[in-house]
Ligand binder design. Structure first.
Ligand SMILES: [Zn+2]
Length: 71
């Protein structure tokens, strides 16, 4: 596979050029997984935020309950 940047012939299956380090397979293979990863990340972050909110509510509720018990 020829590098589109420097023209060096690289062995088939290589992902980056051995000469200049440029990606040899741009396009869908690069964009697809990246978009999926970003979506996945956003979903995970959103889930974490929800979980964090739930944990905060529980901690506050337990704290308030303990405060009443101790007093
Ligand atoms: Zn190259």
């Amino acid at each position: 596979m020829k590098c589109p940047n420097c023209g060096t012939e690289n062995p088939a299956g290589k992902i980056v050029c051995s000469n200049c380090g440029r990606r040899l397979r741009p396009g869908r293979q690069t964009v697809g997984p990246t978009m999926q990863t970003e979506e996945e990340l956003m979903t995970r972050v959103r889930g974490d935020m929800r979980r964090l909110g739930l944990v905060t509510v529980i901690v506050v509720a337990v704290g308030v309950a303990l405060g009443y018990v101790i007093r």
